[in-house]
Design a binder for this molecule. Structure first.
Ligand SMILES: C[S@@+](CC[C@H](N)C(=O)[O-])C[C@H]1O[C@@H](n2cnc3c(N)ncnc32)[C@H](O)[C@@H]1O
Length: 465
């Protein structure tokens, strides 16, 4: 029989042998639908509905996993708006989340404050003061104007710019207490709805009225006023706050701000018996672009954007290698880093894909996808090795991630990361596939045919030492 070939005529041997190794552990799980796993399930969930974080988990997904395993100490090293730590803490567990984007950090902290601190009366009183300032005639001094960066310029209609400046002035002059955190969050969560932009998959789309000369423009229809949107959000927050106290009031999760590539190191061996997480996918998705308005609201300047993008897990074509930086992070003890580097360098399926893409480099839409794949897997090797260290024997890691394909070459992220996991002390028990995978782009479909790639939930159990 002829050996199978990849769409580019390259070898698929390494990927096939991974498929054979893990094949019996791959199964469709009808419970893990897109809605159950993703943020879609949170549309009416108190607290989590405030910030439309499309990359998030649903509350029920986390609840089910915790109910099933009954862990005591839970970690999410890519916490987003804090779904895992918030739900876990609400269920009376000790919960830790690490997140690098200030947008998620503010959302997680805001919800936790609402569940454990701020009273309904306090929120109502401060909220009406803020609305009073926003609707007052007196303009705010120029220093409180929205701190635009190039990709947010012209995002708001003029009256909205003026209202935003008044809100920023009010927040700046209010004590930095939990109530302020909640009102800051309220303002941040409405920015998209009062702007000419729309988060749309990989892109921030622009309404035709923005005056921006962009190709992909949309018509958002009526755009809400700042005070209208703020009033609605505050109403929702006031409605939710007592429910939140019942549902997430079990304790305050520990939120750690920064990169897991650096911060996991500080956590003790065997500290957790469950990890529920979803890292960025290797799909070129740029969080700093999608959340540009929110990051600028939080005072990230142009340099701050570039630096945040580089510090995040490599998932875009702009990311440069972090190897030298990792060597500095691990300067006092390079063992785990060297082991991770070994796992990454000896991983046959990665080498196979990289060899084909390198050979076809001139045909790639963007040649830096090669650097993206290299960076992603090197960094994920470090993350998986650290998870092997901080998870106690018998403990479980649940990870949600999508496979990707570039130039018709499928990258089996699920199998590669599970291979890293098995070298880091875990047994890969299951790789559950969502009933529906992800189709390829129409451009790739024309060239390489229609191919659906897996979206998966992995279950790794830490073996005894
Ligand atoms: C798929 S989202 C996780 C969303 C989360 N499950 C939730 O429910 O909100 C991945 C998250 O990883 C964060 N992230 C990216 N690089 C990181 C890093 N180096 N350290 C910590 N977090 C990082 C992103 O900002 C993003 O919020």
């Amino acid at each position: 029989m002829e050996p199978a070939m990849s769409p580019n005529g390259g070898s698929v041997q390494e990927r096939q042998s991974l498929q054979e190794r893990f094949g019996s552990r791959l199964a469709v799980n009808p419970h893990f639908t897109r809605k159950a796993v993703s943020y879609q399930g949170n549309r009416s969930v108190p607290g989590l509905r405030w910030m439309k974080y499309k990359e998030g988990f649903s509350r029920t997904f986390v609840e089910r996993l915790i109910d099933d395993r009954q862990p005591t100490d839970i970690l999410d090293p890519f916490a987003g708006i804090g779904t895992t730590p918030l739900v876990a803490a609400g269920m009376g567990k000790s919960a830790t989340g690490i997140e690098i984007m200030p947008v998620g950090v503010l959302a997680g902290n805001g919800i936790a404050q609402a569940a454990n601190g701020v009273s309904k009366a306090m929120l109502e009183a401060a909220g009406s003061e803020l609305i009073g300032r926003v609707t007052s005639e007196e303009p705010a001094p120029a220093e409180f104007a929205f701190p635009h960066v190039s990709i947010t310029e012209a995002a708001f209609p003029e009256p909205t710019e003026a209202a935003i400046a008044k809100a920023r002035q009010w927040l700046a002059n209010t004590d930095d207490d939990p109530t302020r955190t909640l009102l800051n969050l309220a303002c941040m969560t409405i920015l998209e709805s009062v702007s000419y932009t729309r988060k749309d998959g990989q892109y921030l789309r622009w309404d035709y009225r923005s005056g921006r000369t962009l190709r992909a423009r949309v018509n958002k229809g009526p755009i809400q006023s700042f005070q209208g949107a703020l009033g609605s959000r505050l109403f929702e927050m006031v409605q939710d706050i007592d429910i939140l106290k019942q549902e997430y009031g079990g304790g305050y999760p520990e939120f750690i701000t920064g990169s897991s590539l650096e911060l996991l190191r500080d956590l003790p061996d065997g500290r957790f018996d469950m990890v529920i997480t979803s890292p960025p996918y290797a799909n070129r998705y740029d969080y700093t672009r999608t959340y540009a308005l929110e990051l600028a609201w939080l005072d990230l300047d142009q340099k701050g954007f570039a630096s945040l993008r580089q510090r995040m897990l490599s998932a875009t074509v702009e990311n440069k290698t972090k190897l030298e930086w990792l060597r500095r992070v691990y300067c006092d003890n390079q063992t785990l880093l060297n082991e991770s580097l070994g796992m990454y360098r000896n991983q046959g399926a990665i080498r196979e894909v990289l060899a084909i893409l390198t050979e076809r480099i001139d045909e790639l839409g963007n040649r830096h996808v090669i650097r993206l794949i290299e960076g992603y897997f090197l960094e994920m090797a470090v993350i998986v090795a650290e998870l092997g260290r901080v998870t106690r024997p018998g403990g479980t890691v649940i990870m949600v991630n999508d496979n990707v394909q570039y130039h018709g070459e499928e990258v089996p992220v699920d199998l590669i990361l599970s291979d890293f996991a098995e070298q880091s002390g875990f047994v890969c028990e299951k790789i559950w596939m969502l009933p529906r995978g992800k189709g390829n782009s129409s451009q790739q479909m024309r060239r390489f045919g229609r191919r659906e790639i897996r979206k998966c939930v992995y279950k790794w159990v830490r073996a005894s030492d």
